[in-house]
Design a binder for this molecule. Structure first.
Ligand code: ADP
Ligand code: SF4
Length: 688
């Protein structure tokens, strides 16, 4: 037996079938319900994305939360709907596609209770008690009376029957994420009823128990009934605790469901980013569950390593490896493990651009997998890129995410590819950013692509090769992709200051690029540092953290009302702001820059204009970036001569065209490779 075969046998346990009530999954890979941003508005897109998971070997493929009734209308969010038979007909196409690929289809039924304002249907929301809903709207939920409770039970039962007719194998009863009526009834902080549905633990559990029994009664002959339950809310005594009522619920219902799908609540705790948690981070909370039930248990924890998966099973923590993000980042993860292609796994980096897509109501986007969400719209497959009709040669300039992904996908298409990178390391911005606190996993963007490129016979890779326009012309390669990236501005221009700030000059101004290159030692002046954030995503907070960890006093100034507001979409904002507070960083929101002398920074309130002064030996403006596009302009200036040198096309891609997030650069590189020598432009004809 070869070393490779021995290693693969180690993972055999992951490919054992598991019986779940009346159905059996072919292996232990379980794509748990996750939002897609597609839902009822783009059902074909959702179907194509889910069927790709089945093709990639996930034994169970689940829908996202699927509203059972118009009183659970979570508009404008794009969740699933099974309000009536027409919705079920659409979902039938999904179950058929999943079945054709050998997987089981699961549906997560939901009534969102007080987690909805019913903006579309205008129905007064349903809750255990009279209370304000937990979304932003000035809307209150009604306290459900007995007839409301009876109606809700009937809706859930009807939805389960529709789901069964639609062909689902596993039907969920969902009490998690602080987003569902069943959990709302269970929680003391939401339930102040004095009847048999409130007060004691058994009373608060009653509706959950009843709906579970209703569902089993309705569909249990053919379908497995799964419970998705949050065993821990990380709220201390104010919430469910895995060694308190979270545990009591599992003990009370032990063998009633066919499957326990257990996790943390709310969503920001369940889907923690790599900045704040490690692979397998939920194990300490969910490991008790298997001791209280004989039924299979599935859990999540950003598992991408097959060894970690095997360990979770062998140590009796889980029976099934649940995944949302790892299945988005690599829909073919199970197949790759089965085929012993461990190094081909495109590991999730834990950045939550995927959750940000759902939170901004667009189909899934992913930093690692540029094809996710594009399976239907653009017909993209994560593993297959169509070959070129004729041989083509391509010079890719710049080895950051855009350049590496373009080169990688071009090698798949059969192009002859040359990649030139000016510096002595691959990865561009991800290599630098991965050195910042909490961002080490971001290097996976580089590592996966470099590993693929190193295996490709049709690419030449050159480090330490800063190319000039003359170089490019002299090589005479057919196609040139300029992926030379971007640089951070130091003049303060961003969302708030739209023109350069004349006082931002001298050695007190330290740019982001200097800090990315040299770390905190780029701060040559001793004394307090001000980080000015008008970028509003992660960079300023991570730099502030790095500088504070180096022992300096840091003040964080931002025109926004909170630190890093865009990280609300990545579910990190509370943790980001808490971390800065814990590090002793002073946070001054709602202020812009107004002046700088040798040791004093003047800032002003964005509303009142009132000024204040803060001691400052160095200021770090984190506002916006400028494309590093000099090479492009030099080549554009001699475009008349391209043909004479055998050059057919020259294009800018990624940050060099327009600075953006890493996911956008990766997508730009991928799109470039797909469209090379094809009649596709970045416009309507690229879309369905
Ligand atoms: P993106 O996110 O668009 O991929 P990055 O900034 O991460 O952009 O990467 C751009 C890369 O291009 C950097 O590693 C940089 O060193 C490289 N680069 C910039 N100018 C040149 C050049 N003239 N020749 C070769 N490489 C270059
Ligand atoms: Fe993972 Fe980031 Fe992709 Fe989400 S967007 S699946 S967190 S790599």
């Amino acid at each position: 037996m070869t070393a490779n075969e021995t290693a693969n046998r180690r993972y055999d346990i992951l490919f054992e079938p598991v019986k779940i009530g009346p159905v059996t999954t072919r292996n232990r890979f379980y794509q748990v319900p996750h939002c897609s941003g597609m839902g009822h508005r783009y059902p074909e897109a959702d179907l194509y994305m889910r069927q790709m998971k089945a093709e990639g070997g996930w034994g169970v493929v689940s829908t996202q939360e699927t509203e059972i009734h118009p009183s659970s209308d979570i508009s404008p969010s794009n969740q699933g709907r099974i309000w009536d038979d027409r919705d079920a007909e659409r979902l039938k196409e999904l179950t058929e596609a999943v079945h054709e690929r050998g997987s089981l289809a699961a549906i997560q039924l939901v009534h969102n209770g007080i987690h909805t304002a019913n903006r579309l249907t205008r129905i007064a929301p349903y809750g255990p008690s009279d209370m304000v809903v937990d979304v932003e709207d000035p809307v209150q939920a009604r306290a459900m009376d007995k007839s409301d409770i009876a109606a809700f039970r009937q809706w859930h039962r009807d939805a389960a029957l529709r789901a069964k007719r639609a062909g689902f194998d596993i039907i969920y009863v969902y009490a998690g994420h602080d987003m569902t009526l069943l959990q709302h009834f269970l929680l003391k902080r939401h339930n102040s009823r004095t009847d048999e549905y409130g007060g004691s633990f058994e009373n608060r559990l009653r509706l959950f128990r009843e709906v579970l029994a209703d569902t089993r009664d309705a569909v249990g002959d053919r379908c497995a009934v799964a419970v998705r339950f949050a065993v821990e809310e990380l709220l201390g005594a104010d919430g469910l605790q895995h060694d308190g009522e979270g545990r009591d619920v599992v003990a009370a219902l032990a063998d009633e469901p066919d499957l326990w799908d257990v996790n943390l609540s709310n969503w920001s705790n369940d889907s923690q980013t790599a900045r704040f948690s490690q692979e397998g981070f939920q194990e300490e909370y969910v490991s008790f569950v298997k001791k209280l039930t004989t039924k299979p248990v599935v859990g999540v924890g950003r598992y991408t390593s097959p060894d970690a998966m095997v360990r979770a099973i062998k140590t009796g923590v889980l029976d099934l490896i649940g995944a949302a993000r790892p299945s988005i980042s690599d829909p073919f993860l199970p197949k790759k493990i089965e085929e012993g292609r461990i190094d081909d796994i495109r590991e999730c980096i834990g950045c939550n651009i995927c959750t940000a897509s759902d939170n901004t109501v667009v189909p899934l986007r992913c930093t690692q997998n540029p094809t996710i969400g594009e399976e239907w719209r653009k017909g993209w497959h994560p593993e297959i890129v169509p070959p070129l009709a004729r041989p083509q040669s391509v010079l890719v300039i710049g080895g950051g995410p855009a350049g590496l992904e373009a080169a990688r996908a071009l090698t798949q298409r059969g192009a002859e590819v040359t990649v030139a990178e000016a510096s002595r390391e691959w990865g561009g911005r991800v290599t630098k950013e991965a050195r910042l606190p909490g961002l080490a996993t971001w290097a996976r963007v580089r590592d996966w692509r470099m590993n693929q490129l190193r295996q490709a016979p049709n690419v030449e890779l050159y480090l330490d090769s800063p190319l000039t326009a003359d170089d490019v012309l002299s090589y005479g390669i057919q196609h040139v992709a300029i992926a030379t990236g971007a640089r951070w501005r130091t003049d303060g221009v961003g969302r708030t200051h739209r023109s350069p700030l004349p006082f931002l000059n001298g050695d007190a101004v330290v740019g982001v690029d200097a800090l990315l290159g040299e770390g905190a030692s780029a701060l040559v002046n001793d004394g307090p540092v001000v980080v000015f954030d008008d970028d509003r995503y992660y960079m300023a907070s991570v730099l502030a953290e790095m500088i504070a960890l180096s022992g300096r006093k840091v003040t964080f100034v931002t025109p926004a009302s909170i630190v890093a507001p865009w990280t609300e979409h990545t579910l990190e904002q509370r943790r980001v702001q808490t971390r800065l507070i814990d590090l002793g960083i002073d946070i001054i929101p709602l202020h812009q820059l107004s002046g700088l002398t040798q040791s004093v920074l003047t800032i002003e309130c964005i509303y009142s204009g009132r000024k204040r002064e803060i001691a400052c030996a160095a200021v770090v403006p984190v506002t916006a970036r400028l494309p590093s596009d000099r090479l492009w302009h030099e080549l554009a200036a001699v475009s008349d001569g391209w043909a004479d040198h055998g050059i057919e096309t020259v294009e800018r891609i990624g940050d060099c065209l327009a600075p953006g997030i890493i996911a956008a650069a990766n997508y730009a590189g991928h799109f470039y490779a797909r469209k090379l020598a094809r009649a596709i432009v970045d416009g309507c004809d690229a879309y369905r």
